[in-house]
Design a protein around this ligand. Structure first.
Ligand SMILES: Nc1ccn([C@@H]2O[C@H](COP(=O)(O)OP(=O)(O)OP(=O)(O)O)[C@@H](O)[C@H]2O)c(=O)n1
Ligand SMILES: C[C@](O)(CO)[C@H](O)COP(=O)(O)O
Length: 230
């Protein structure tokens, strides 16, 4: 029996989106990428961690695609998604026994290139710090705010792209998301809710190829990255 290096961890995969920006004939998490669905690629690195005891997959109630994936790991528990990503995540969190699984990883189904090593680094850094955190990459371009015209340049000092997974104490995160939603706060990632709850959030630099499949060109880019010796 291998010694468990980390405490028991639950994982949540929000996978109930329709992928409107992808303009595809099915939700982007079910598009094929190197012989597997995007979802399978996104889930595999989390399932490869012995410390992940349960993986909650938030799917649309009428999802007709999941059954055809190769995802049969007994740790996978299907739950119903919600109107927005945050509702899918919260519904999954509310199924977790936070005593048995005191920590939770939340990872987008649309991020198929996440590296196992980056997930392990996130967990190690957060456990050492004693609070949660996120994988992120520093912004490299000059950033502008505006619509048709530039309003102004945004100072990019200490500016990061938030990625996933995001890793937090289960009970704290569940309470923070519920509170932030009740307060009318826009919660587009788990860290937004933890910031609202005035909890510390660690920034852990991950690889910039951990992209979110969002628009059509992203799938080709993901395939290109997979062909590199990563
Ligand atoms: N109601 C929703 C909306 C999104 N997601 C998931 O949240 C992740 C990130 O969201 P996003 O990239 O915005 O996916 P979609 O909402 O599907 O994309 P779009 O906004 O283009 O429709 C995806 O894995 C998506 O499946 C979810 O579980 N439940
Ligand atoms: C959670 C996330 O991937 C972090 O960057 C991002 O906020 C998801 O945003 P989306 O609009 O739901 O794609």
């Amino acid at each position: 029996m291998a010694v468990q290096a980390f405490p028991a961890i639950a994982a949540v995969i929000p996978a109930a989106g329709v992928g409107q920006r992808m303009q595809a004939d099915k939700p982007k998490q079910y598009l094929r990428l190197h012989g597997k669905t995007v979802l399978e690629h996104s889930v595999q690195p989390l399932l490869s961690l012995e410390s992940v005891g349960q993986l909650y997959l938030a799917l649309s109630a009428d999802d007709p695609y999941f059954a055809a994936t190769g995802l049969t790991d007994p740790r996978i528990i299907r739950v119903e998604g919600g109107a927005e990503r945050v509702h899918s995540v919260l519904n999954a969190l509310q199924h977790i026994d936070a005593v048995r699984y005191p920590w939770v990883l939340v990872h987008d189904a649309a991020r198929p290139l996440v590296r196992r090593a980056d997930i392990q680094l996130l967990i190690e850094r957060c456990l050492a710090a004693g609070h949660g955190g996120i994988l992120a990459t520093p912004v490299r371009d000059t950033m502008k705010r505006g619509q048709q015209q530039v309003q102004h340049t945004v100072d990019r000092t200490d500016l990061w792209h938030a990625l996933t997974p995001q890793f937090f104490p289960t009970a704290l995160l569940t309470a923070a998301i519920g509170g932030a939603l009740a307060a009318g706060v826009a919660v587009t990632d788990e860290a937004s809710a933890m910031e609202w709850a005035q909890q510390s959030v660690l920034l852990v630099e991950g690889h910039s190829d951990n992209l979110k499949i969002t628009r059509p060109a992203d799938l080709q880019l993901a395939a290109f990255y997979l062909e590199q010796n990563r």
